[in-house]
Ligand binder design. Structure first.
Ligand code: FAD
Ligand code: SIN
Length: 525
């Protein structure tokens, strides 16, 4: 048993923000699956939303967030996050994030759903700069221990105490050391889940390989409620390429003037769907792209910014420009083929404004949570912001309650006495592929009850097989992820079947209308 003060699962924007905010007061262990830069944070392109322009107001940002979220947002959360945004940006500047500037002020770009320019960015690779600055700060702090290569399996609760208490109190995690294959118990007075989203539950996703909803599934199994899991966000413009499957073309390309066009007729179709055209919120644009593709039997649509000055395009999107050139596409001269792909998990572990979950000793922050900020559809560039605000909020609450957080009791070691090495790895690969395919086909951008029921039926059959496998064989990262993917798929489908309306990202042909009252889909374990 390895004891620290605080255990944090995840080394992305949410986990490292919390670690840095705690470290002057206590010893923090940060665990990451694979590499420390393996989460979505490092992949973020567009930027971070904050009211920094003289002509903009908090009220504008709040309204834009509520409109994109189709009224399902919790207003007090939206206010809390929006009002804390300028402070979060200041902290990042102090940590050395080299945001682009326009003379002395930060340069603000624009994205869909925003009524003003309010996105601070580092070229078109904001996430990489943010991840690097947070890591550098964390590495320099003597109280932060960063431990990559640890795949957390489950939360440690009262059930795992040497003297069984049956309480829901969370003491840490059991984690597989990916190198040695051994499982260790890491314990502390409080645990923060900052484990990112579940995007990889879909066949096509912009999210990294490890976005398998581990934290959401672990919290659910331990007894936390999850909320709005049907609200899966699809980004309208993922590059269509047979070799490079998940390269995002940032929404800022549309923000700076990029147009969506039918690849055969050249018709600019977004004004036919929404008065805000290419700058409508993401759910609207993703559905329009999907509709064009299905209606005309296309493989992709075109995103065209070649009408703008080439120096402007290269200056604003240097990384995307370079990447596309390696694939034979010159975005200053020709349109980019794009398709919608899963991008962000709006639902997750239910938390309050202090980042507290339902279980004592367990906090959560970032994409694995449902804080009330995004509602039925996340506004672009509000996600990194949520990570900073809630990472810090959870840390503050832990420090405020420090005296009431008792040290962990003796915990039972992981029991691997009844499992053997697998002789049927094929089961894992088969199930991974199958889940991601039927989720894409049956639980995608446009849904029907019949398709959701088909998906539910498959999940029921697979759950039996996966649990049987899990009970007999030694854990591996692939097996841990498969079990969590399946759990998340089940939560998504159950939530989608529960919602008898079309709101935001949940669009079903069987209930195309909006109900008068916005109600969260809260699942209780
Ligand atoms: P992540 O950064 O995903 O980190 C998760 C961490 O948890 C990782 O360290 C991972 O190793 C760890 N982890 C997961 N499971 C386990 C486990 N079982 N055991 C141990 N560790 C585990 N948002 C914006 O606001 N602006 C943008 O411009 C933007 N662009 C994006 C572009 C792309 C391509 C993508 C995919 C997302 C983008 N987003 C953007 C969304 C945003 O990047 C994410 O929502 C955000 O970075 C999530 O941060 P996080 O800290 O919650 O999780
Ligand atoms: C993008 O750059 O389009 C992604 C922004 C986001 O996901 O918030």
């Amino acid at each position: 048993m390895n004891e620290y003060d605080i255990i944090i699962v995840g080394s992305g924007a949410a986990g490292l923000t919390a670690a840095i905010a705690l470290a002057d007061h206590c010893k923090v262990l940060v665990l990451a699956k694979g590499e420390l830069t393996g989460g979505s944070t490092a992949w973020a392109q567009g930027g971070i939303a904050a009211v920094l322009d003289a002509g903009d107001t908090f009220e504008n940002h709040i309204e834009d967030t509520m409109i994109a979220g189709a009224g399902l947002n919790r207003r007090e959360t939206v206010e809390f996050v929006v009002e804390n945004a300028p402070h979060a940006i200041l902290r990042l500047v102090e940590m050395g994030v080299p945001f682009n500037k326009d003379s002395d002020a930060l340069h603000l770009t624009r994205e869909g759903g925003h009524s003003h320019r309010r996105i601070v960015h580092v070229d078109d690779a904001t996430g990489w700069a943010v991840q690097a600055a947070l890591l550098k700060t964390a590495e320099a702090h003597p109280n932060i221990i960063l431990l990559p290569g640890q795949a957390c399996i489950d939360l440690i609760t009262g059930r795992h105490e040497q003297r069984y208490s049956g309480s829901g109190r969370v003491w840490g995690v059991y984690a597989l050391d990916e190198k040695s294959g051994k499982v260790h118990a890491h314990v502390g007075r409080a645990t923060i889940l900052a484990s990112g989203g579940a995007g990889r539950v879909y066949q096509f996703s912009t999210a990294p390989r490890g976005a398998t909803g581990d934290g959401i599934a672990m919290a659910w199994r331990a007894g936390c409620r999850v909320s709005n899991m049907e609200m899966m966000q699809f980004h309208p413009t993922c590059l269509y390429n047979l070799d490079v499957k998940n390269f995002l073309i940032t929404e800022a390309v549309r923000g700076e003037g990029g147009l969506l066009k039918h690849p055969v007729t050249g018709h600019r179709y977004m004004p036919d769907y929404d008065a805000r055209a290419e700058l409508a919120p993401r759910d609207v644009v993703a559905r329009a792209n999907d509709d064009q593709i299905k209606r005309s039997g296309l493989d992709f649509v075109h995103l065209d910014i070649s009408h703008l000055d080439p120096d402007f395009v290269v200056g604003h999107f240097p990384n995307i420009y370079e990447k596309l050139l390696t694939l034979g596409i010159d975005m200053t001269k020709q349109p980019i083929p794009v398709v919608p792909a899963q991008h962000y998990t709006c639902g997750g572990i239910l938390i309050d404004l202090d980042g507290r979950t339902d279980l004592p000793g367990l906090y959560a922050a970032g994409e694995c949570t449902e804080s009330g900020l995004h509602g039925a559809n996340r506004l672009a560039s509000n996600s990194l912001l949520e990570c900073f605000v809630f990472g810090e909020a959870a840390a503050k609450h832990i420090l405020k309650c420090w005296d009431q957080l008792e040290p962990p009791p003796a915990i039972r070691p992981w029991d691997a006495s009844r499992v053997t090495d697998s002789d049927e790895e094929v089961v894992i690969k088969q199930n991974w592929t199958e889940i991601r395919r039927f989720m894409w086909n049956y639980v995608g951008i446009v849904r029907t009850t019949k398709r959701l029921e088909r998906a539910q039926h498959r999940i029921q059959m697979m759950t039996h097989e996966v649990e049987d496998y899990y009970g007999h064989f030694r854990v591996t990262t692939d097996l841990i992820e498969l079990r969590n993917l399946l759990q998340c798929a089940e939560l998504i489908v159950r939530s989608a079947l529960h919602r008898k309306e079309s709101r935001g990202l949940h669009y079903t042909l069987d209930y195309p209308d909006l109900l008068p009252k916005a109600v969260d889909t809260v699942l209780v374990p």
